[in-house]
Design a protein. Structure first.
Length: 336
C-alpha cells in the first residue's frame, strides 16, 4: 500500500500556533523542536529538571524554562523528548498528574507506547511527530529554509483532531517542507530501531571500522585508510541521497562500479541478511526493548562499549585530519 505524504499546503500552522506547547527535554531533538516551534510563532515552554545541564542553553536562547511538571501543567500539547529509557518514569511522576482531557501527548519516537511502558488515559490524544534525522540536522535544515522528513502517527484520538495537530506541529519544525508520512506507532518504532541498528548507525559504523582495520592491519597508513573508509563516505552518500544509488553508480568510475557490484554482495551476503532478519525479530518480539531497558538501569556494558568506540584508532587519526579541513564541522555541540 502506498503511504500518504503531506506537504506544507496540507498542514495548517495556525492550529499549533493557537496551542500552548511544552517540549520536555532540550537535547538533540528537544532543542530543535523548541527553537523551530518558537521561530514558527508557537507559544512554547521547555520542561527540564532543576539543575539540568541543558537549562542554561535553553535560557540563553530566550526560551522559557520550567520544571517538566510545571511545563506539562501549563501546556495543552506536551512533546516528550527526553531519552526513551527515562520517559516512563518522567511520565508517571510529572506528566500523568498534569494531563487534562483534550490535551495532546506527543512523542518523537514510538518506543514507550509500542512496548507498553506508558499507557495514557482515555481522554487525551496520543500522537507522534518523528523526524527522520538527527535533531541537530533538523534544526540546521529548518534555519536554512529546508526540512527533514517526518513520520506522524495517532495512537489515540480522543478529540478527533489529533492528526491535524500533529501535521501542524510537523509543519512548525520544517517537516512538511520535505514530506510527512502517515504511519503507526508500531511501524515507526520497529522500522526506526531496525534502521539505526542494522544500517544507519550500527551497520555503517562497523563497516567503516572493519574497512579501516583491514587496511591498517595490511600495512597501509591510518590516514589513507581514514580518507578511504570514513571521510569519502559522506561524499559518496551525498550522491546516493541526491539521486539514488544509480546517481552514485553514474558518478563513480566504471572500475568502482564493476568492483562494487561484484564484491559488495560478498560483504553484505546471505549471512548478513539472515542476521538482519534476527535483529528485526528481536525488535518485533520486544527482546531488544527488554534488554535496553534493563541495561539502562546500570549502563555497565554500554559504558564499556562507548569507551571502546571512542578509543578506536580511527577517532584519533580522524581528529587530526579534520583539523586540517576547517570546513568540516567538527562537533554537533559547536554547530547546534
Ligand atoms: N537524537 C535524535 O536525533 C532522534 C531522537 N528521537 C527520539 O527523540 C527522543 C529524544 O531523544 P534525544 O533528543 O536523542 O534525547 P537526548 O538524549 O538528546 O535528551 C537529552 C535531554 O533530556 C533531558 N533529560 C534527561 N533525562 C531527563 C529526565 N529524567 N527528566 C527530564 N529531562 C531529562 C536532558 O537534560 P540534562 O541536560 O539535564 O541531562 C536533556 O535536555 C527519543 O524518544 C528519541 O528516540 C527521534 C528521532 C531522532
Ligand atoms: C538513526 C538514529 C535515530 O533513529 C535518528 C537520528 O533518526 C535516533 O534514534 O537517533
Ligand atoms: Mg530515526
Ligand atoms: Mg531512533
Amino acid at each position: 500500500m502506498t503511504a500518504e505524504v503531506f506537504y506544507d499546503d496540507d498542514a495548517d500552522l495556525s492550529i499549533i500556533a493557537d496551542r500552548k506547547v511544552a517540549v520536555l527535554g532540550y537535547g538533540s531533538q528537544g532543542h530543535a523542536h523548541a527553537l523551530s516551534l518558537r521561530d514558527s510563532g508557537v507559544d512554547v515552554r521547555v520542561g527540564l529538571q532543576e539543575g539540568s545541564k541543558s537549562r542554561p542553553k535553553a535560557e540563553e536562547e530566550g526560551l522559557t524554562v520550567a520544571t517538566p511538571a510545571e511545563a506539562a501543567a501549563w501546556a495543552d500539547v506536551i512533546m516528550v523528548l527526553v531519552p526513551d529509557t527515562v520517559q516512563a518514569e518522567l511520565y508517571k511522576k510529572d506528566i500523568e498528574p498534569n494531563l487534562n482531557p483534550g490535551d495532546v501527548l506527543m512523542f518523537g519516537h514510538g518506543f514507550n507506547i509500542r512496548y507498553g511502558l506508558i499507557t495514557p488515559p482515555a481522554g487525551v490524544d496520543v500522537a507522534m511527530v518523528a523526524p527522520k534525522g538527527p535533531g541537530h540536522v533538523v534544526r540546521r535544515q529548518f534555519v536554512d529554509g529546508k526540512g527533514v522528513p517526518c513520520l506522524i502517527a495517532v495512537e489515540q484520538d480522543a478529540t478527533g483532531t489529533a492528526q491535524r495537530v500533529a501535521l501542524s506541529y510537523a509543519r512548525a519544525i520544517g517537516g512538511t517542507r520535505a514530506g510527512v508520512l502517515k504511519t503507526t506507532f508500531t511501524e515507526e518504532t520497529e522500522t526506526d530501531l531496525f534502521g539505526e541498528q542494522a544500517v544507519l548507525c550500527g551497520g555503517v559504523a562497523e563497516l567503516i571500522r572493519a574497512g579501516f582495520d583491514t587496511l591498517v592491519e595490511a600495512g597501509y597508513s591510518p590516514e589513507a585508510a581514514y580518507f578511504e573508509c570514513l571521510h569519502e563516505l559522506k561524499l559518496i552518500v551525498d550522491m546516493v541521497n541526491e539521486g539514488g544509488l544509480s546517481n552514485m553508480w553514474y558518478s563513480v568510475s566504471d572500475t568502482a562500479e564493476y568492483g562494487g557490484v561484484t564484491r559488495g554482495p560478498r560483504i553484505v551476503n546471505d549471512g548478513t541478511r539472515a542476521e538482519m532478519r534476527r535483529i528485526l525479530d528481536e525488535i518485533q518480539s520486544g527482546a531488544f526493548a527488554k534488554e535496553w531497558v534493563a541495561e539502562s538501569k546500570t549502563y555497565d556494558n554500554f559504558d564499556k562499549l562507548r569507551a571502546e568506540q571512542r578509543e578506536h584508532k580511527i577517532e584519533e587519526v580522524g581528529s587530526k585530519l579534520r583539523d586540517m579541513m576547517p570546513w568540516v564541522k567538527r562537533t554537533i555541540t559547536e554547530t547546534a
